[in-house]
Every structure is written in C-alpha cells, then in structure tokens.
Ligand binder design. Structure first.
Ligand SMILES: C[S@@+](CC[C@H](N)C(=O)[O-])C[C@H]1O[C@@H](n2cnc3c(N)ncnc32)[C@H](O)[C@@H]1O
Length: 257
C-alpha cells in the first residue's frame, strides 16, 4: 500500500534529522546508522508501489495527492524538502558526469524543487492536447513528472548532453512514452509544437531576451502558456504580450499569451 503524504513527510524528515545527528554527534554513529539502515528498507517499500503504478500507467492517480502538497511551502524558490527526497528515490538517474562549461548568461543545473514542480503541474492542468516544453530541462524532473501525471506530450531542451542522456534513460526505465529530451541550445530549438513552456531561470541577460523574443514571435501564431520560477519571472512579467493572475518569482507563475 502507498503511504499517505503525511507519512511520507514524517519518514523523509526523520531520515534528514538522523543524518544531521550523524554529522553533528559522531558518538552515536553505530545506533544512528542502524536506524538509517532500517529506514532505508522502509523507503524501498514506500517507493515500490509508486514505481509499479507508474509502470502500469497509473502514475497520475498515485501521485495526485502530492500535486497539491506545495500550499504550505516556505516562501523561497530554491529550498528543498521531503518531496525532493521522495523524488530522488522515485526517479532513477544515471550519473550525468561532469557538467559542461557554461557560456555567459547560462545558469548552472539546479532542479526545480519538487513542491514547485507539483504546484506548476497542478496549475497547468495539462491534457492530451498539450505539448509541454521545458526550456533548459536539466535532468528533466518537470517533463518526467508531467509525463507521469498527465496525457500531454513532454519535451526537454537542454544544452548539456550528459543531463539529456540521464533524463532519457530515466524515462526509459519508467517505461514512459510521449517524452523526449534533446541536446540543443534553446536559442536554436524548435518551439512550434509547444502549448505550455516551462523555465526555471535557465539563463539571464541577452540570452533570456533572445529566447523571449522567439517566444513572442511564436505567440503571434497561436496562444500558449508559460510557467516560470525564479528571477526570470520578473523579466517575463515585463512583457506586454503576456499576462498572469499574480506574479511571484518564489513560486511557479503561469503566464498566458
Ligand atoms: C536552473 S536549471 C533548470 C533545470 C530544469 N528546468 C528544472 O527545473 O529542474 C537550468 C538549466 O538550463 C540549462 N541551460 C542553460 N542555458 C541553456 C541554453 N542556452 N539552452 C539549453 N539549456 C540551457 C542548464 O544547463 C541547466 O541545466
């Protein structure tokens, strides 16, 4: 049976407290390590039913209770919590290797905190008619969760080939269809299929301006939505061709063309 969201939270918060204790007080190492080993077995028994549900195509129903978990989240875009510990166990990633050198304006890889990914997907209400494109997708948490919890087609565009390779093998291991990751510079990527775009501040400055201009040209062809998180939100908020019900760089903001 799958654990309730409250039990998941208590479980991963306990592990975190014990890991902190291990660092701060080595005198109890043996007992704490024993506890952690037992909790590790519990983690495996918690994760297994989710993986099974995903493999059987029932990921949406399994993860649905977590999609609304973000409501009492702390007011920061960048802090991580028990849901990230849960995702680290749920999504099997190979080591992507050393990151490639970044050009000026590119932002290094950092995943969207899980509660924000869930909140964005809850707000976006993706359907089978949607194609989600994560611009600067990293390991692909957002498209992977979207493919698990919706019938939308999902795509990640990422300049670092190692991250793309790990995201692709994760999707394959979970038997997800309707998802693809491409090694590409966002400035050259094909946006024509996107109905929902997502950006967790992947770049700044002139690079961000260039990609926003490409999105503006796309918006002249058809309506779409753009989800943002982090400082890029404020740059999107200044675009006269976009509107949002409310704008907050610390939470996912959904813009409409
Ligand atoms: C802050 S991370 C966001 C990762 C992912 N979207 C998420 O939310 O979990 C930004 C990512 O954008 C990628 N990136 C930066 N500039 C890029 C560009 N011009 N084209 C494609 N990807 C880029 C980086 O390599 C990094 O993986």
């Amino acid at each position: 049976m799958r654990p309730t969201p409250d039990l998941l939270r208590a479980h991963f918060e306990t592990i975190e407290s014990l890991e902190t204790l291990l660092e701060e007080d080595p005198s109890q190492r043996e007992q704490v390590t024993e506890h952690l080993d037992r909790l590790d077995q519990v983690t495996r028994s918690f994760i297994e039913p989710y993986r099974r549900a995903i493999a059987e195509g029932n990921g949406r129903r399994a993860l649905l209770p977590l999609l609304t978990e973000g409501s009492d989240s702390p007011p920061s875009a960048h802090s991580y919590d028990h849901l990230d510990s849960f995702l680290a166990e749920l999504l099997p990633f190979d080591d992507p290797g050393d990151p490639v050198a970044l050009s000026p304006d590119m932002v290094f890889y950092q995943p969207t905190p899980a509660r924000h990914a869930f909140a964005f997907l809850h707000a976006a209400q993706l359907t089978a008619n949607d194609t989600l494109i994560d611009i600067g997708s990293g390991l692909g948490h957002v498209p992977l969760l979207a493919a698990i919890t919706s019938d939308a087609s999902c795509m990640g565009i990422e300049q670092d080939m190692g991250l793309v390779r790990s995201a692709t093998s994760c999707a394959e291991a979970l038997h997800l269809s309707r998802i693809a990751f491409h090694t590409e510079d966002a400035r050259d990527a094909d946006f024509s299929r996107g109905t929902v775009f997502y950006l967790y501040s992947p770049f700044t400055g002139a690079m961000l301006d260039q990609v926003i201009e490409r999105l503006r040209l796309e918006a002249a062809q058809r309506p779409f939505r753009i989800g943002t998180l982090g400082p890029c939100t404020n740059v999107f908020a200044r675009q006269p061709w976009l509107h949002a019900a409310s704008v907050d760089e610390h939470r996912p903001t959904l813009f409409y063309t």
